[in-house]
Design a protein around this ligand. Sequence first.
Ligand SMILES: *Cc1c(COP(=O)(O)O)cnc(C)c1O
Length: 400
Amino acid sequence: MKKPRIWAEINLEDLRHNLQAIKRHLAGRAKVMAVVKADAYGHGSVPVSIALWEFGVDMFGVGDSSEALELRGVGINTPIVILGGIVDEEIERVVKADITPTLHSVQVGQLVNAEARRQGKVLNVHVMIDTGMGRLGTSPRHALELIEALSKLENLRLEGICSHFSSSPFDRDFTRNQFAEFQQVVAAAETAGYRIPIRHMANSAGCLLYEETALDMVRIGGALLGMDPAGVYAEQFGLRPILSFRSQIVFLKWIPKGSPVGYDRTFIAPRDTRVATTPVGYHDGYSYLLSNRGSVIIRGRRVPVIGGVTMDYTMLDVTDLPEVAVGDEIVLIGSQGNETISAVDVAQVIGTNPYEVTCLLGKRVRRIHIRNALHSSAPPAQDAESVPQAAPIQYRSADA
Ligand SMILES: *Cc1c(COP(=O)(O)O)cnc(C)c1O
Protein backbone atom coordinates (compact mmCIF):
# COMPACT_ATOMS: atom_id res chain seq x y z
CA MET A 1 0.00 0.00 0.00
CA LYS A 2 1.30 3.47 -0.82
CA LYS A 3 1.54 6.26 1.69
CA PRO A 4 -0.98 9.09 1.41
CA ARG A 5 0.36 12.56 0.79
CA ILE A 6 -0.61 13.71 4.27
CA TRP A 7 -2.58 11.83 6.87
CA ALA A 8 -3.60 11.50 10.50
CA GLU A 9 -3.58 8.01 11.92
CA ILE A 10 -6.11 7.54 14.72
CA ASN A 11 -5.64 4.39 16.74
CA LEU A 12 -8.97 3.12 18.02
CA GLU A 13 -7.36 0.45 20.19
CA ASP A 14 -5.67 3.24 22.11
CA LEU A 15 -9.05 4.96 22.32
CA ARG A 16 -10.48 1.80 23.87
CA HIS A 17 -7.53 1.63 26.27
CA ASN A 18 -8.12 5.25 27.39
CA LEU A 19 -11.85 4.69 27.88
CA GLN A 20 -11.13 1.61 29.97
CA ALA A 21 -8.64 3.51 32.12
CA ILE A 22 -11.27 6.19 32.80
CA LYS A 23 -13.96 3.64 33.55
CA ARG A 24 -11.65 1.76 35.89
CA HIS A 25 -11.08 5.00 37.77
CA LEU A 26 -14.82 5.70 37.97
CA ALA A 27 -15.57 2.13 39.07
CA GLY A 28 -19.20 2.46 38.01
CA ARG A 29 -19.83 5.49 40.21
CA ALA A 30 -20.78 7.75 37.29
CA LYS A 31 -21.98 7.55 33.70
CA VAL A 32 -19.65 8.60 30.90
CA MET A 33 -20.51 11.23 28.32
CA ALA A 34 -17.98 11.14 25.47
CA VAL A 35 -17.42 14.69 24.25
CA VAL A 36 -16.88 14.51 20.49
CA LYS A 37 -17.55 18.13 19.57
CA ALA A 38 -15.52 19.86 16.86
CA ASP A 39 -15.20 16.64 14.85
CA ALA A 40 -13.90 14.87 17.97
CA TYR A 41 -11.22 17.57 18.37
CA GLY A 42 -10.22 16.99 14.75
CA HIS A 43 -9.94 13.20 15.15
CA GLY A 44 -13.02 12.42 13.02
CA SER A 45 -16.29 12.38 14.92
CA VAL A 46 -18.07 9.55 13.10
CA PRO A 47 -15.45 6.78 13.31
CA VAL A 48 -14.42 7.83 16.82
CA SER A 49 -18.04 7.91 18.01
CA ILE A 50 -18.95 4.60 16.41
CA ALA A 51 -15.98 2.99 18.14
CA LEU A 52 -16.92 4.58 21.49
CA TRP A 53 -20.52 3.52 21.04
CA GLU A 54 -19.34 -0.03 20.50
CA PHE A 55 -16.96 0.11 23.51
CA GLY A 56 -19.80 1.49 25.63
CA VAL A 57 -20.46 5.08 26.61
CA ASP A 58 -23.70 6.46 28.04
CA MET A 59 -24.04 9.69 26.08
CA PHE A 60 -22.34 11.83 23.49
CA GLY A 61 -21.67 15.55 23.84
CA VAL A 62 -21.49 17.63 20.67
CA GLY A 63 -21.20 21.29 19.77
CA ASP A 64 -24.24 21.88 17.58
CA SER A 65 -27.18 20.25 15.84
CA SER A 66 -25.28 19.34 12.68
CA GLU A 67 -22.73 17.37 14.70
CA ALA A 68 -25.59 15.63 16.51
CA LEU A 69 -27.41 14.77 13.29
CA GLU A 70 -24.21 13.41 11.77
CA LEU A 71 -24.12 10.82 14.57
CA ARG A 72 -27.84 10.05 14.26
CA GLY A 73 -27.23 9.66 10.53
CA VAL A 74 -24.89 6.71 11.07
CA GLY A 75 -27.36 5.03 13.39
CA ILE A 76 -26.09 6.10 16.80
CA ASN A 77 -29.20 5.99 18.97
CA THR A 78 -27.46 6.81 22.28
CA PRO A 79 -28.54 10.09 23.90
CA ILE A 80 -26.72 13.05 22.34
CA VAL A 81 -26.44 16.31 24.26
CA ILE A 82 -25.68 19.64 22.60
CA LEU A 83 -23.32 21.16 25.17
CA GLY A 84 -23.61 24.74 23.99
CA GLY A 85 -26.52 26.99 23.16
CA ILE A 86 -28.84 26.25 20.27
CA VAL A 87 -30.29 28.88 17.97
CA ASP A 88 -33.87 29.14 16.77
CA GLU A 89 -33.06 27.69 13.36
CA GLU A 90 -31.83 24.40 14.91
CA ILE A 91 -34.82 23.69 17.14
CA GLU A 92 -37.04 21.81 14.70
CA ARG A 93 -34.37 19.27 13.76
CA VAL A 94 -33.16 18.92 17.34
CA VAL A 95 -36.65 17.89 18.43
CA LYS A 96 -37.18 15.69 15.40
CA ALA A 97 -33.97 13.68 16.00
CA ASP A 98 -34.45 13.48 19.80
CA ILE A 99 -31.31 15.45 20.52
CA THR A 100 -30.97 16.78 24.07
CA PRO A 101 -30.38 20.54 24.16
CA THR A 102 -28.71 22.31 27.06
CA LEU A 103 -30.84 25.26 28.08
CA HIS A 104 -29.69 28.51 29.61
CA SER A 105 -32.82 30.65 29.47
CA VAL A 106 -36.60 30.45 29.75
CA GLN A 107 -37.08 31.98 26.29
CA VAL A 108 -35.26 29.18 24.45
CA GLY A 109 -36.96 26.64 26.72
CA GLN A 110 -40.33 27.95 25.61
CA LEU A 111 -39.40 27.74 21.93
CA VAL A 112 -38.17 24.15 22.32
CA ASN A 113 -41.28 23.24 24.30
CA ALA A 114 -43.58 24.69 21.62
CA GLU A 115 -41.81 22.73 18.91
CA ALA A 116 -41.91 19.50 20.98
CA ARG A 117 -45.66 20.02 21.49
CA ARG A 118 -46.09 20.60 17.74
CA GLN A 119 -44.27 17.31 17.07
CA GLY A 120 -46.20 15.51 19.81
CA LYS A 121 -43.11 14.69 21.89
CA VAL A 122 -41.59 15.08 25.31
CA LEU A 123 -37.95 16.06 24.90
CA ASN A 124 -35.18 15.54 27.45
CA VAL A 125 -33.33 18.77 28.25
CA HIS A 126 -30.45 19.74 30.52
CA VAL A 127 -30.04 23.06 32.28
CA MET A 128 -26.68 24.76 32.73
CA ILE A 129 -25.54 26.84 35.69
CA ASP A 130 -22.64 29.27 35.32
CA THR A 131 -20.29 28.91 38.28
CA GLY A 132 -17.37 30.86 36.87
CA MET A 133 -16.92 30.06 33.19
CA GLY A 134 -18.87 33.14 32.12
CA ARG A 135 -19.78 31.60 28.78
CA LEU A 136 -23.18 29.94 28.98
CA GLY A 137 -25.51 28.99 31.77
CA THR A 138 -27.71 30.96 34.09
CA SER A 139 -26.16 32.55 37.15
CA PRO A 140 -26.70 30.65 40.42
CA ARG A 141 -29.01 33.33 41.80
CA HIS A 142 -31.43 32.87 38.86
CA ALA A 143 -31.04 29.09 38.73
CA LEU A 144 -34.07 28.18 40.79
CA GLU A 145 -36.35 30.47 38.75
CA LEU A 146 -35.13 28.86 35.53
CA ILE A 147 -35.55 25.32 36.88
CA GLU A 148 -39.04 26.19 38.08
CA ALA A 149 -40.02 27.72 34.72
CA LEU A 150 -38.60 24.84 32.67
CA SER A 151 -40.27 22.28 34.91
CA LYS A 152 -43.65 23.80 34.12
CA LEU A 153 -43.21 23.25 30.39
CA GLU A 154 -45.11 20.06 29.69
CA ASN A 155 -43.24 18.87 26.62
CA LEU A 156 -39.83 19.12 28.26
CA ARG A 157 -38.34 16.68 30.76
CA LEU A 158 -35.58 18.15 32.90
CA GLU A 159 -33.16 15.23 32.80
CA GLY A 160 -29.88 16.94 33.62
CA ILE A 161 -28.34 19.84 35.48
CA CYS A 162 -24.76 20.82 34.77
CA SER A 163 -21.99 23.34 35.12
CA HIS A 164 -18.50 23.64 33.61
CA PHE A 165 -15.04 24.08 35.14
CA SER A 166 -13.15 27.03 33.73
CA SER A 167 -9.73 26.85 35.28
CA SER A 168 -6.51 25.00 35.03
CA PRO A 169 -6.50 21.83 37.10
CA PHE A 170 -3.76 23.51 39.15
CA ASP A 171 -6.22 26.12 40.41
CA ARG A 172 -7.64 23.94 43.15
CA ASP A 173 -9.35 26.70 45.08
CA PHE A 174 -11.28 28.12 42.16
CA THR A 175 -12.23 24.63 41.00
CA ARG A 176 -13.44 23.65 44.47
CA ASN A 177 -15.43 26.92 44.77
CA GLN A 178 -17.10 26.29 41.43
CA PHE A 179 -18.03 22.78 42.53
CA ALA A 180 -19.38 24.01 45.87
CA GLU A 181 -21.49 26.64 44.17
CA PHE A 182 -22.95 24.05 41.81
CA GLN A 183 -23.70 21.73 44.73
CA GLN A 184 -25.55 24.56 46.48
CA VAL A 185 -27.76 25.15 43.45
CA VAL A 186 -28.54 21.44 43.22
CA ALA A 187 -29.33 21.30 46.94
CA ALA A 188 -31.60 24.37 46.72
CA ALA A 189 -33.45 22.81 43.79
CA GLU A 190 -33.92 19.57 45.72
CA THR A 191 -35.18 21.44 48.76
CA ALA A 192 -37.70 23.15 46.49
CA GLY A 193 -38.83 19.72 45.29
CA TYR A 194 -36.95 19.40 41.99
CA ARG A 195 -35.05 16.12 41.69
CA ILE A 196 -33.06 16.31 38.47
CA PRO A 197 -31.70 12.82 37.78
CA ILE A 198 -28.34 13.54 36.11
CA ARG A 199 -26.00 16.05 37.76
CA HIS A 200 -22.78 16.58 35.80
CA MET A 201 -19.85 18.95 35.96
CA ALA A 202 -16.51 17.17 35.58
CA ASN A 203 -14.46 17.40 32.39
CA SER A 204 -11.34 15.25 31.87
CA ALA A 205 -9.21 16.97 34.50
CA GLY A 206 -12.10 17.23 36.97
CA CYS A 207 -12.94 13.57 36.64
CA LEU A 208 -9.38 12.32 36.96
CA LEU A 209 -8.04 14.74 39.60
CA TYR A 210 -11.07 15.60 41.73
CA GLU A 211 -12.94 12.35 42.21
CA GLU A 212 -15.81 13.86 44.16
CA THR A 213 -16.80 16.02 41.17
CA ALA A 214 -17.89 13.00 39.10
CA LEU A 215 -21.47 13.14 40.49
CA ASP A 216 -23.86 11.20 38.20
CA MET A 217 -21.94 11.66 34.97
CA VAL A 218 -18.59 12.94 33.69
CA ARG A 219 -18.03 14.68 30.35
CA ILE A 220 -14.76 13.47 28.85
CA GLY A 221 -13.12 14.79 25.71
CA GLY A 222 -9.36 15.21 25.85
CA ALA A 223 -8.59 12.27 28.13
CA LEU A 224 -10.31 9.82 25.77
CA LEU A 225 -8.06 11.04 22.99
CA GLY A 226 -5.01 10.78 25.24
CA MET A 227 -4.54 14.55 25.38
CA ASP A 228 -3.56 16.20 28.64
CA PRO A 229 -3.12 19.96 28.11
CA ALA A 230 -1.67 20.70 31.55
CA GLY A 231 0.30 17.47 31.82
CA VAL A 232 -1.45 16.37 35.01
CA TYR A 233 -3.18 13.05 34.40
CA ALA A 234 -2.04 11.21 31.26
CA GLU A 235 0.97 9.60 32.86
CA GLN A 236 -0.76 8.64 36.10
CA PHE A 237 -3.63 6.96 34.25
CA GLY A 238 -1.49 5.55 31.43
CA LEU A 239 -3.42 7.39 28.72
CA ARG A 240 -2.11 7.19 25.17
CA PRO A 241 -2.42 9.89 22.51
CA ILE A 242 -4.49 8.24 19.79
CA LEU A 243 -3.54 10.53 16.91
CA SER A 244 -0.39 10.89 14.88
CA PHE A 245 0.06 13.33 12.00
CA ARG A 246 2.27 12.27 9.13
CA SER A 247 3.35 13.14 5.62
CA GLN A 248 6.26 12.47 3.29
CA ILE A 249 9.03 14.24 1.43
CA VAL A 250 8.08 15.29 -2.11
CA PHE A 251 11.32 17.00 -3.14
CA LEU A 252 14.97 17.26 -2.07
CA LYS A 253 17.71 19.57 -3.20
CA TRP A 254 21.01 21.21 -2.19
CA ILE A 255 21.19 24.98 -1.92
CA PRO A 256 24.47 26.88 -1.50
CA LYS A 257 25.37 28.81 1.63
CA GLY A 258 23.65 32.22 1.61
CA SER A 259 20.55 31.07 -0.30
CA PRO A 260 17.11 32.10 1.00
CA VAL A 261 14.26 29.71 1.80
CA GLY A 262 10.57 30.61 1.71
CA TYR A 263 8.47 33.78 1.42
CA ASP A 264 10.19 36.93 2.60
CA ARG A 265 13.53 35.10 2.93
CA THR A 266 13.17 34.60 6.70
CA PHE A 267 15.78 31.83 6.47
CA ILE A 268 19.19 32.27 4.84
CA ALA A 269 21.24 29.09 4.62
CA PRO A 270 24.24 29.42 6.99
CA ARG A 271 26.01 26.58 5.13
CA ASP A 272 25.44 24.51 2.03
CA THR A 273 22.08 23.02 2.94
CA ARG A 274 19.99 20.07 1.85
CA VAL A 275 16.35 21.13 1.83
CA ALA A 276 13.46 18.66 2.03
CA THR A 277 10.08 19.96 0.90
CA THR A 278 6.97 18.41 2.46
CA PRO A 279 3.35 18.84 1.30
CA VAL A 280 2.15 20.17 4.66
CA GLY A 281 1.02 23.76 4.96
CA TYR A 282 -0.94 25.97 7.25
CA HIS A 283 -4.15 24.96 5.48
CA ASP A 284 -3.47 21.48 6.83
CA GLY A 285 -3.24 22.82 10.37
CA TYR A 286 0.53 23.15 10.48
CA SER A 287 0.59 26.68 11.83
CA TYR A 288 2.51 29.52 10.23
CA LEU A 289 3.78 30.17 13.75
CA LEU A 290 5.94 27.04 13.36
CA SER A 291 8.02 28.88 10.73
CA ASN A 292 11.73 28.57 11.63
CA ARG A 293 10.65 27.13 15.02
CA GLY A 294 8.97 23.76 14.56
CA SER A 295 10.63 20.42 14.06
CA VAL A 296 9.56 17.05 12.64
CA ILE A 297 10.90 13.49 12.78
CA ILE A 298 12.46 11.75 9.80
CA ARG A 299 14.12 8.34 10.09
CA GLY A 300 13.84 8.59 13.85
CA ARG A 301 15.72 11.92 14.01
CA ARG A 302 14.47 15.45 14.64
CA VAL A 303 15.01 18.00 11.90
CA PRO A 304 14.11 21.70 11.98
CA VAL A 305 11.57 23.62 9.92
CA ILE A 306 13.35 26.31 7.91
CA GLY A 307 11.74 29.40 6.39
CA GLY A 308 8.08 30.28 6.57
CA VAL A 309 5.40 27.58 6.58
CA THR A 310 3.38 28.21 3.40
CA MET A 311 -0.22 27.36 2.62
CA ASP A 312 0.70 24.04 1.00
CA TYR A 313 4.35 23.28 1.83
CA THR A 314 6.93 23.35 4.59
CA MET A 315 10.71 23.10 4.15
CA LEU A 316 13.09 21.16 6.41
CA ASP A 317 16.86 21.19 6.86
CA VAL A 318 18.03 17.59 6.33
CA THR A 319 21.70 18.38 5.74
CA ASP A 320 22.72 16.14 8.65
CA LEU A 321 20.72 13.16 7.40
CA PRO A 322 22.38 12.18 4.12
CA GLU A 323 20.36 8.97 3.82
CA VAL A 324 17.04 10.85 3.53
CA ALA A 325 15.19 10.20 0.27
CA VAL A 326 12.09 11.44 -1.54
CA GLY A 327 9.12 9.47 -0.22
CA ASP A 328 10.45 9.19 3.33
CA GLU A 329 7.76 9.43 5.97
CA ILE A 330 7.84 12.50 8.19
CA VAL A 331 6.15 12.66 11.58
CA LEU A 332 4.71 16.04 12.56
CA ILE A 333 2.92 14.70 15.65
CA GLY A 334 3.63 11.23 16.98
CA SER A 335 6.56 8.88 17.45
CA GLN A 336 9.22 7.33 15.29
CA GLY A 337 12.26 5.52 16.61
CA ASN A 338 13.11 7.05 19.96
CA GLU A 339 11.71 10.47 19.12
CA THR A 340 8.26 11.78 19.97
CA ILE A 341 6.54 15.06 19.20
CA SER A 342 3.24 15.46 21.02
CA ALA A 343 0.38 17.85 20.30
CA VAL A 344 1.38 19.48 23.60
CA ASP A 345 4.92 20.06 22.26
CA VAL A 346 3.56 21.71 19.12
CA ALA A 347 1.12 23.77 21.19
CA GLN A 348 3.94 25.02 23.40
CA VAL A 349 5.97 26.24 20.42
CA ILE A 350 3.09 28.31 19.07
CA GLY A 351 1.51 29.38 22.36
CA THR A 352 -1.77 27.51 22.32
CA ASN A 353 -3.25 24.32 23.80
CA PRO A 354 -3.10 20.87 22.17
CA TYR A 355 -6.86 20.80 21.52
CA GLU A 356 -6.47 23.68 19.09
CA VAL A 357 -3.57 21.90 17.38
CA THR A 358 -5.66 18.83 16.49
CA CYS A 359 -8.85 20.83 15.87
CA LEU A 360 -7.03 22.74 13.15
CA LEU A 361 -5.99 19.68 11.12
CA GLY A 362 -7.34 20.57 7.70
CA LYS A 363 -9.58 18.68 5.35
CA ARG A 364 -6.73 17.57 3.06
CA VAL A 365 -5.37 15.54 5.99
CA ARG A 366 -6.76 12.05 5.36
CA ARG A 367 -8.02 10.52 8.60
CA ILE A 368 -7.11 6.83 8.81
CA HIS A 369 -8.77 5.06 11.72
CA ILE A 370 -7.02 1.84 12.59
CA ARG A 371 -7.32 -1.10 14.93
CA ASN A 372 -4.61 -3.58 15.85
CA ALA A 373 -2.36 -2.06 13.25
CA LEU A 374 0.91 -0.27 13.60
CA HIS A 375 1.03 1.23 17.06
CA SER A 376 2.48 4.69 17.32
CA SER A 377 5.34 3.33 19.39
CA ALA A 378 6.20 0.63 16.85
CA PRO A 379 9.77 0.62 15.54
CA PRO A 380 10.42 2.74 12.46
CA ALA A 381 9.90 1.12 9.10
CA GLN A 382 13.11 -0.37 7.74
CA ASP A 383 12.76 0.77 4.19
CA ALA A 384 11.28 4.02 3.08
CA GLU A 385 8.65 2.34 0.95
CA SER A 386 7.05 0.30 3.71
CA VAL A 387 3.86 1.77 5.00
CA PRO A 388 1.74 1.27 8.09
CA GLN A 389 -0.76 -1.46 7.37
CA ALA A 390 -3.78 0.65 8.04
CA ALA A 391 -6.76 -1.59 8.61
CA PRO A 392 -9.91 0.45 8.17
CA ILE A 393 -12.69 -0.96 10.29
CA GLN A 394 -15.78 -2.47 8.83
CA TYR A 395 -18.57 -1.01 10.89
CA ARG A 396 -21.93 -2.60 11.30
CA SER A 397 -24.72 -0.09 11.23
CA ALA A 398 -26.07 0.80 14.63
CA ASP A 399 -29.61 -0.33 13.94
CA ALA A 400 -28.61 -3.62 12.33
C1 LIG B 1 -15.39 20.49 25.73
C2 LIG B 1 -16.21 20.32 26.90
C3 LIG B 1 -15.97 19.25 27.78
C4 LIG B 1 -14.82 18.30 27.64
O1 LIG B 1 -13.64 18.86 28.16
P1 LIG B 1 -12.27 18.01 28.19
O2 LIG B 1 -11.31 18.86 28.91
O3 LIG B 1 -11.87 17.80 26.76
O4 LIG B 1 -12.57 16.73 28.87
C5 LIG B 1 -16.86 19.09 28.84
N1 LIG B 1 -17.90 19.93 29.01
C6 LIG B 1 -18.15 20.97 28.20
C7 LIG B 1 -19.31 21.87 28.45
C8 LIG B 1 -17.31 21.21 27.12
O5 LIG B 1 -17.54 22.25 26.31
